[in-house]
Write a protein that binds this ligand. Structure first.
Ligand code: T1G
Length: 652
């Protein structure tokens, strides 16, 4: 069967009168200009060839279509536009069926919606993730999806931007069938539909739905948007589909898409998208093969250790979890099993998969059982002498090529590595709590870490499905160093006149889920207090130091866990406590500080400046490789709103 080429990325072959079109635009078959023109050319050809009874649209490789080409955003538009292609497909006289293997996202899902039938392969996923890029679907998604699956389901899919797996899409009415061989099935579907009235999605009515239920779905989406504008806009457009004409709504959708595309919010989220793709990529490791890791040892099964164990288990690793005593090992097993149960309850894991995880878990008090581990991650108490003693022990147990990783947050991993005979096999893996939920892992490239050890650590974090950001050795790595810098600035402003709840309100209005003083209360004030006390002897007396937090801790106000911290927590409710204001007033009086007023804007400017200045220092010291890495750490580890792009981006 001769291949026909319609552009550099679109070709086709004829199969029994059916034109089977393949899009081949690596890496994800994005709808670049040459893909769009190739599709139009294929349709033109099919329209003019009487022997052709219809078309199948498919994607080469493991993706159907990853969406519009995001790299084209902000560049001069090149025709045909995606709506042109979509309208042409939907209006086509002959049946057009898509065979979906892998992801059909954004414009890729909109192409599928315009087809007269959708055949899904077992790996197929459908989604309109545009809100994650600060935009709305711009080629009919907000109008055609509700026609197929109803307003409520459409609000959920478009408002969250999540991708639905093949089975769910058939249940929703988005895909017609899930089959092992979608291409063959699609060709058959073209034959079945040839010469018959075609099902044009745009021509369908939006199924009626209970308005209260629609309101509920809309409220849920908007409540989670943390001030981002795209979700509310998407909900508005989907709701309009049920009440206004298609053409009018398509025009409004397009106008909204173009307006949002050029917004700062969308630019911020595009920055985050590409920063995530760049993160974890280390040029010097391009040709370095990671070591094989099948068995992971975890030392300590407390909050962090059990979370790390669960992440490794649910990613298919065998896990040996070590505790100091048999009793502790048994309760560690229980804690891990409990977390797995919770994951099953939240439908993120099947019961069978949980059982398989437990079958791959061993908890023990025998350190020698770690001899078969390819990688050991320690999550014991954050004390240097405890960690160095542990690494010395592990050094004598694990295989010479096994990797030792420390989960320390603040200690110097080089000093931990120096306790071993071979520091080149030591790396930092700084997880965030809860480790089975938080995406971010700071992968610390220590002074002597071997390239293939770093490559192995990155491969391990990728396999956990987490976001790896590489950083060098400094106290607090990227995240905690920046966190300390803006906490310091926040405390300066408190001493100068602002109140903790005012600063938190400014951060929450900016888009943080929680302000810095509330975060400190949640984490517990004693950890930072212990570190300040450790540093007191070496602190520069000329350096400004705010004592308020020390006074709170001395008064037993250690945060939520004691019911009192920067706030009071009667019945778990966060309330402003005049006793704290009194401590603050006393601290100001002691330094003869006359308090002054701060606007929310000034508060945010000062906090962002503190973050950015520390970020610039981290880049200058070579601790962070890219500004985007710093943004990802603050977004994924410290609640910085993604739609602001992170501190380095926001500062631009
Ligand atoms: N455009 C351009 N480049 C893209 C791209 C896209 N849509 N998607 C991915 N890439 C690049 C990415 O930067 C990386 O490049 C490489 O492909 C592999 O990506 C009108 C306007 C499809 C699930 O939001 O979710 O359609 O780093 O590492 O893990 O309504 O990519 O190698 O140089 O992520 O296999 C909507 C975005 C667009 C989906 C594959 N679509 N992509 O995951 O690979 S807006 C999306 C993804 C839209 C219309 C609107 C994932 C993937 P590099 P990767 P992966």
């Amino acid at each position: 069967m001769a291949e026909m080429r319609f552009s550099q990325s679109v070709s086709a072959r004829l199969e029994g009168g059916v034109l089977v079109v393949a899009i081949d635009n690596p890496p994800v078959n994005a709808l670049s200009a040459h893909v769009r023109s190739g599709l139009i050319a294929a349709l033109d050809h099919a329209a003019s060839a009487a022997e052709i009874i219809g078309l199948v649209i498919s994607g080469a490789g493991r993706t159907f279509i990853g969406g519009a080409d995001i790299r084209e955003f902000g560049t001069p538009p090149v025709g045909p536009s995606l709506p042109d292609v979509i309208d042409r497909i939907e209006a086509f006289e002959k049946p057009v069926i898509c065979a979906v293997t892998g992801a059909a996202l954004g414009g890729g899902c909109e192409v599928a919606l315009a087809c007269h039938g959708r055949i899904a392969g077992e790996t197929a996923t459908f989604g309109l993730p545009e809100v994650k890029l600060g935009i709305v679907p711009g080629a009919g998604g907000t109008q055609r999806l509700p026609r197929l699956i109803g307003t409520i389901a459409a609000i959920d899919l478009i408002g969250t931007g999540r991708a639905a797996k093949a089975d769910e899409t058939v249940a929703l009415g988005l895909a017609d069938a899930v089959v092992a061989d979608p291409l063959t099935a699609a060709v058959a579907a073209v034959r079945d539909n040839a010469g018959r009235p075609l099902r044009r999605t745009g021509g369908m009515n939006v199924p009626a739905a209970d308005s209260a239920a629609i309101d509920m779905a809309a409220t849920t989406i908007i409540a989670k948007s943390r001030g981002q504008s795209a979700p509310a806009e998407a909900v508005r457009l989907v709701r309009a589909a049920g009440s206004l004409g298609l053409e009018q709504c398509l025009a409004e959708e397009r106008a909204t898409f173009l307006r949002l595309r050029d917004s700062t919010e969308a630019a911020a989220l595009r920055h985050v998208f590409f920063a995530e793709r760049a993160a974890g990529k280390v040029e010097t490791l391009a040709d370095v093969a990671p070591r094989r890791i099948d068995t992971v040892g975890v030392v300590g099964t407390g909050l962090m250790g059990s979370g790390i164990a669960v992440s490794a288990l649910t990613s298919g690793y065998r896990v040996i979890a070590l505790e100091q005593t048999r009793e502790a090992a048994a309760s560690g097993h229980e804690r891990i099993a409990g977390l797995l149960d919770k994951t099953v309850q939240s439908r993120r894991l099947t019961a069978e998969a949980r059982d398989a995880c437990l079958a791959r878990l061993e908890t023990t008090a025998e350190a020698k059982n770690l001899a078969t581990a390819d990688l050991v991650v320690e999550a014991v108490f954050d004390d240097l002498s405890v960690k160095t003693a542990l690494f010395r022990t592990l050094d004598g147990i694990v295989a010479p090529d096994a990797i030792l990783a420390t989960n320390t947050s603040y200690l110097d991993p080089d000093r931990i590595a120096a306790a071993t005979a071979d520091p080149s096999r030591v790396v930092g893996l700084h997880f965030f709590s809860p480790a089975n939920v938080m995406r971010l892992v700071e992968v610390v490239d220590c002074a002597k870490t071997a390239p293939d050890v770093l490559a192995s650590a990155l491969a391990f974090v990728n396999r956990l499905g987490k976001l790896a950001v590489v950083c060098g050795v400094t106290e607090g790595f990227i995240g905690n160093r920046i966190f300390s810098a803006y906490r310091r600035e926040a405390e300066f402003m408190v001493e100068d006149g602002a109140l903790p709840h005012q600063i938190d309100a400014a951060l929450e209005a900016y888009g943080f889920p929680m302000g810095i003083f509330a975060v400190n209360d949640m984490a517990g004030l004693d950890i930072a207090w212990a570190r300040r006390k450790r540093q007191a002897a070496t602190r520069d007396p000329a350096e400004r130091y705010v004592e308020i937090a020390d006074r709170l801790c001395e008064a037993g106000r250690l945060g939520r866990k004691t019911g009192l911290g920067w706030y009071a927590y009667a019945n778990g409710e966060r309330t402003v406590d005049p006793a704290v204001t009194a401590v603050i007033d006393a601290a100001r009086a002691k330094k003869d500080i006359v308090p002054r007023a701060f606007t929310a804007e000034e508060i945010m400017d000062r906090l962002l400046t503190a973050m950015v200045d520390e970020g610039k220092a981290l880049l200058a010291e070579g601790i962070a490789a890219r500004p985007g890495d710093i943004d990802l750490v603050m977004i994924n580890g410290y609640g910085f709103p993604a739609h602001k792009g992170g501190p380095m981006f926001a500062a631009q």
